[in-house]
Design a protein around this ligand. Structure first.
Ligand SMILES: *[C@@H]1O[C@H](CO)[C@@H](O)[C@H](O)[C@H]1NC(C)=O
Ligand SMILES: *[C@@H]1O[C@H](CO)[C@@H](O)[C@H](O)[C@H]1NC(C)=O
Ligand SMILES: *[C@@H]1O[C@H](CO)[C@@H](O)[C@H](O)[C@H]1NC(C)=O
Length: 259
């Protein structure tokens, strides 16, 4: 009985000490939200604050919240768990800065991360949210039919941009800056790595008086990330061999249109 009471008091004392040190001696100060970019490095900033003497860090662990195994653990200066080569501490060996570095950030890295730190003077933990955006590829424009377009026939133009996030927009313009966006339909395809492809389709009647179309890809904030231009590939008119002078004139006229 006596030993049991002794045990209880030890547990109670330990709890008291722990609570005291968490409240007073050591705290973990983390940036609440980080905005990362696909393909770049993301720094999840956390530092250990102590009110008294400098503390010695015994263990640092980083977790995805809700997961059973940690992403990264350093115990007494040794890496004992590293789930992915892209994960590391930004300043290994520092007794203050326990920031987590995610190299070559992926869209699937988006989520909540928990940092836990155990020092010789107490422990603390904190949660950071990582958001990851992705820039769209430069758009590719194409036409159906691909070439030999005949005057006054129906054609379809495409403007595709891939690998962005969040969902963006495609705007269409004609040769004199006419805004054709309302005549186009943009579809969004999700990629397996949680990005999106945009494919915008614009169907029109071909006219050599309006031979050029432009499209512009904007991110979710309306900022242009890329643009492309397409000159409708009209069928070359056959030049009549019987009238060499007129034929030469036609060639000159066509060159003017093309340049
Ligand atoms: C754009 O996407 C459409 C529909 O997915 C496809 O038919 C077309 O070939 C694509 N164009 C280019 C240039 O990738
Ligand atoms: C073109 O039209 C779209 C859709 O109506 C609009 O969002 C966009 O701002 C217009 N572009 C310009 C340059 O006005
Ligand atoms: C998205 O675009 C990329 C690059 O064009 C392509 O490789 C991928 O298959 C596309 N994914 C989907 C779901 O459309």
């Amino acid at each position: 009985m006596a030993s049991f009471i002794w045990f209880l008091s030890v547990v109670f004392y330990a709890k008291l000490m722990c609570a005291e040190s968490t409240d007073k001696l050591v705290s973990l100060d983390c940036q609440g939200e980080i905005h990362g970019v696909y393909g770049e490095d993301s720094l999840l900033k956390c530092s250990v604050k102590s009110s008294g003497d400098p503390v010695k860090i015994i263990m640092v662990s980083w977790w995805r919240t809700g997961e059973d195994t940690p992403l990264f653990v350093v115990s007494n200066g040794e890496i004992v768990q590293q789930k992915d080569q892209r994960f590391s501490l930004a300043h290994p060996g520092s007794s203050i800065d326990v920031s987590f570095l995610v190299k070559n950030t992926k869209r699937t890295d988006e989520g909540k991360y928990q940092c836990q730190v155990i020092t010789d003077s107490g422990e603390d933990q904190s949660v950071i949210s990582l958001y990851v955006i992705a820039t769209y590829s430069q758009p590719d424009m194409s036409s159906v039919p691909e070439k030999d377009i005949v005057e006054d026939t129906e054609i379809t133009l495409f403007c595709n941009a891939s690998g962005g996030y969040p969902v963006g927009m495609v705007h269409w313009y004609g040769v004199f800056g006419t805004n054709w966006t309302r005549s186009a339909v943009t579809t969004v395809e999700k990629t397996t790595d949680k990005r999106v492809n945009l494919s915008s389709k614009y169907t029109l009647r071909a006219s050599s008086s309006f031979p050029t179309y432009r499209c512009s890809v904007l991110n979710s904030k309306g900022v242009e990330e890329g643009k492309a231009e397409l000159h409708l590939p009209f069928r070359e008119q056959s030049v009549k061999a019987t009238d060499p002078e007129k034929g030469a004139l036609n060639v000159i006229r066509m060159q003017r249109i093309q340049t």
